[in-house]
Design a protein. Structure first.
Length: 409
């Protein structure tokens, strides 16, 4: 069984260990578990653009001038990748990673390959089934990407609504603990604090430890915290620290906030989990993006009213707007591979409709829906309903007779 943790840009060499620890009840012992760092990542030859920051995923900012700064940043990041390229970049694509998986299958002497993919890894798995339909066996695709929307700006825009809903849930959770966090007693109170921090950061960056957090990056920080309701305590603590820093207090960030700020704001060679440069190379190498900055600005402005925190983030321009056209077309996925898809209705990263889209494209698949849970990574959530479906499929290849709706315990 091969696997991929997502990203793209995620390192997968040690993923079998992480899978077995996160879900020890699953029958991993029935398989030889094969980890791999995909091309462009980690201990495969990594993409190294020499970026001065750790990520490109930033908000458009408060106004047109701030958006102009972001356009310049994204153009510079793309230019750095193209200047550093030694001819490898055009070949860092999902199609080629699927070919690499088939090469590993060949070297292992296997007729078919089993696979466990998460997030972007679901798209990689779906592409493999399309390119090599006779070489796939049992495939679990967790927190899926709709292949028809993959790589397009629409796919990222899909995140806006569930991210705002997750922020609402975080605000409710925090308001219920007003004595501890002092961020207000209602959802509106907590939301107002968050909006005020972003507005203040636009006027002058908030100094937290050794980091200056402006309106480009504060939504990116929040994005990192609202992906899983089990991390709401860390999220509320982070907002409290940011609020203290904005009020002029000396605020040393917690270990998790410091790690997040470092990953966003500083150049680092530590890609133990994922590489933003590799991720950019894959997405931009797979699918062309709109070139006109005005297209992005119109989308940002159109979503400010209903997505005030994350609309300017998920609709912002990216390095792909300045990238050469892909050398191969995007894979059109439509097949009858019998795969198992896991999707949470509250997933802020892989919106629920993404999983529905993959289910529609893979006509023999079964969709297991985890209801009313904010999580990206269904297999990590205690649910006997989900576990039974995965366990049965991995043991004997039997899919559920029909789609399932499950709940967390």
């Amino acid at each position: 069984m091969l696997s991929n943790p997502g990203g793209p840009g995620g390192r997968g060499l040690d993923l079998p260990v992480r899978l077995s620890r996160a879900a020890p009840s699953y029958p991993w012992g029935l398989y030889d578990l094969i980890g791999m760092d995909p091309r462009g990542v980690g201990r495969s030859t990594p993409v190294d653009c020499g970026w001065p920051i750790g990520d490109s995923f930033q908000s458009a900012g408060a106004d047109l001038a701030r958006f102009g700064e972001s356009v310049a940043t994204q153009a510079d990041l793309a230019a750095r990748c193209l200047a550093a390229d030694n001819g490898m970049l055009p070949h860092i694509t999902t199609r080629n990673t699927a070919r690499d998986i088939d090469l590993i299958r060949t070297l292992l002497g296997e007729d078919r390959i089993n696979y466990f993919g998460m997030s972007y890894g679901t798209y990689l798995g779906a592409v493999f089934t399309q390119m090599f339909p006779d070489r796939t066996d049992r495939m679990v695709l967790d927190s899926a990407v709709d292949p028809a929307r993959y790589g397009s700006d629409v796919m990222i825009q899909d995140q806006g609504a569930p991210l705002e809903e997750a922020l609402d849930a975080l605000a409710d959770w925090t308001a219920a603990r007003a004595d501890q966090y002092r961020l207000g007693t209602t959802r509106s109170d907590v939301r107002a604090v968050v909006s005020g921090l972003i507005e203040q950061a636009a006027r002058q960056p908030i100094r937290v430890g050794g980091y200056d957090v402006d309106d480009h990056w504060l939504p990116s920080v929040l994005f990192g915290y609202v992906q899983d309701s089990r991390h709401f305590e860390d999220a509320a603590n982070a907002i409290r620290q940011l609020a203290d820093a904005a009020a002029g207090q000396l605020a040393e960030p917690s270990a998790d906030l410091a790690q997040m700020l470092s990953g966003l704001l500083t150049a680092t060679t530590d890609d133990a989990i994922a590489s933003a440069e590799s991720s950019t190379a894959v997405v931009c190498g797979d699918v062309s993006a709109p070139r006109d900055p005005a297209w992005y600005w119109r989308n940002v402005e159109a979503r400010r009213a209903d997505q005030p925190v994350f609309g300017p983030l998920v609709n912002n321009i990216s390095p792909c707007a300045f990238w050469p056209a892909p050398v191969e077309p995007r894979v059109e996925v439509h097949n009858a591979a019998p795969v198992l898809i896991l999707q949470a209705t509250g997933d802020p990263i892989a919106a629920y409709q993404e999983g529905v889209g993959l289910h529609r494209a893979m006509t023999a698949s079964r969709l297991v829906t985890l209801q009313d849970v904010i999580v990206h990574g269904v297999f990590t959530v205690p649910s006997s309903c989900v576990s039974q479906a995965v366990d049965t499929y991995l043991r004997d290849g039997s899919l559920p007779a029909a789609d399932l709706t499950c709940h967390a315990e």
